[in-house]
Design a protein around this ligand. Structure first.
Ligand SMILES: [Zn+2]
Length: 224
C-alpha cells in the first residue's frame, strides 16, 4: 500500500506518555531487554483460543520491527506459573476482565495499564463479552496491539478529540506530561494509528507506518 505524503501534516501522530523518565520502559545499555507478553491460560479468566492466537500474532508483528533494545516474548501462563515467575516486572499479563458485562461502557473492549517505574504496564484486561461473540482474530490482534502500545507508554493518537470514537472531547492526556515521539507528526486528533482511541471502530487493525516508527523509536537507546 502506498502512502500519500501530501496529507502527511494531518496524519499519523503518535505521542508518548512520560510523566518522568521513570514512566518510560527502561532499556539496557547493551543488548535487548526481554518483555514477556503472557496470555492467561487457565481459570475462567483465561483467553480463548482465538484471543491467544491473536496475542501471539500481535507479538510477532512487534518483533518483526527489529526493535533495537527490546525483544518481546509470547507465553501462555497459568496463574501459578505467573505467581512463581521471577520476571513479573518485565511481564504484561493479559486476561479476561473480572467485572460483569453490565459494568462496561459500550464499545469498551479492553483496559491497559500505562508503563510505570521503568516497567511495562500490566495487566491488560479484555471485556468478557468478546469471548462469547464470534469476533474474528484480526480484530483481537488490533485490540492487543493498541493495548500493548499503552503498556509501552503511548497515549491515544487522537487524545485531544477522540475523533475515532465519534467524539470531540479529550481523554485527559493533555493534562499529563507527554512527549512527542520523533519521526511522527504532531496532530493530536490523528486517527491513522493503531493508537487512535477507537482504532478498531474505524477499521485500523494493524500498525501503520507511523506506529512502526514510534515503537522503533521508543525502544531505541537514543534519548528524546
Ligand atoms: Zn486506548
Amino acid at each position: 500500500m502506498t502512502k500519500d505524503f501530501s496529507h502527511q501534516s494531518s496524519e499519523t501522530t503518535t505521542k508518548l506518555y512520560v510523566r518522568t523518565n521513570t514512566n518510560r520502559i527502561s532499556l539496557p545499555a547493551n543488548g535487548k531487554r526481554t518483555i514477556v507478553v503472557a496470555g492467561l491460560s487457565n481459570t475462567e479468566r483465561k483467553l480463548d483460543n482465538t484471543q491467544m492466537q491473536a496475542l501471539e500474532d500481535a507479538v510477532n508483528d512487534l518483533n518483526s520491527l527489529n526493535l533495537e533494545a527490546v525483544s518481546l516474548k509470547f507465553e501462555k501462563r497459568t496463574e501459578k506459573q505467573h505467581e512463581e515467575s521471577n520476571n513479573k516486572n518485565s511481564t504484561v499479563l493479559i486476561l479476561r476482565d473480572a467485572r460483569n458485562i453490565n459494568d462496561f461502557r459500550e464499545g469498551e473492549f479492553a483496559i491497559a495499564s500505562f508503563s510505570k517505574n521503568g516497567n511495562p504496564g500490566s495487566p491488560i484486561t479484555i471485556t468478557p463479552n468478546n469471548t462469547e461473540l464470534n469476533t474474528p482474530e484480526f480484530f483481537f490482534k488490533g485490540i492487543f496491539l493498541h493495548e500493548l502500545g499503552h503498556t509501552f507508554g503511548i497515549v491515544h493518537s487522537d487524545f485531544d478529540t477522540r475523533t475515532s470514537c465519534g467524539l470531540n472531547t479529550t481523554d485527559g492526556s493533555r493534562n499529563r506530561v507527554i512527549e512527542h515521539i520523533p519521526g511522527t507528526s504532531t496532530d493530536t486528533s490523528d486517527t491513522n494509528s493503531i493508537m487512535a482511541a477507537c482504532a478498531t471502530d474505524i477499521g485500523v487493525f494493524s500498525l501503520t507506518s507511523q506506529d512502526k516508527t514510534a515503537i522503533r523509536r521508543i525502544f531505541q537507546r537514543a534519548e528524546f
